[in-house]
Design a protein around this ligand. Structure first.
Ligand SMILES: [Zn+2]
Length: 98
């Protein structure tokens, strides 16, 4: 479910299985984390599959071109910006509201 969510939002990730990855297991123990899944995003840690929190920490959103329905990654650290669809050149405004 988490993987599908990440893929849908075009968030690239590295999956580690603590049951077979000793290093990943040690990383969790070091931080005193017992719950899985755990998400490491930059310096932040999200314990459990908290979609809202994950999206807050990821620096882009996926938006869909209304014209051709291509899905695009748009950075959220730029505030309001004009997006041009690479496929059909449709221009639209993207305004990030946290
Ligand atoms: Zn388009």
């Amino acid at each position: 479910m988490a993987k599908e969510f990440l893929a849908r939002n075009q968030i690239s990730f590295v999956e580690k299985d603590v049951s077979v990855d000793d290093q990943a297991q040690a990383e969790l123990l070091k931080r005193n984390i017992r719950g899985v899944p755990t998400f490491f995003i930059g310096d932040d840690v999200v314990i459990g599959f908290d979609q809202r929190r994950i999206l807050e920490l990821v620096d882009h959103r996926v938006v869909e071109c209304e014209n051709c329905h291509t899905r695009l990654r748009v950075p959220i650290d730029k505030g309001s910006l004009k997006v041009t669809c690479p496929k059909c050149n449709n221009q639209f405004d993207f305004d990030y509201k946290p």
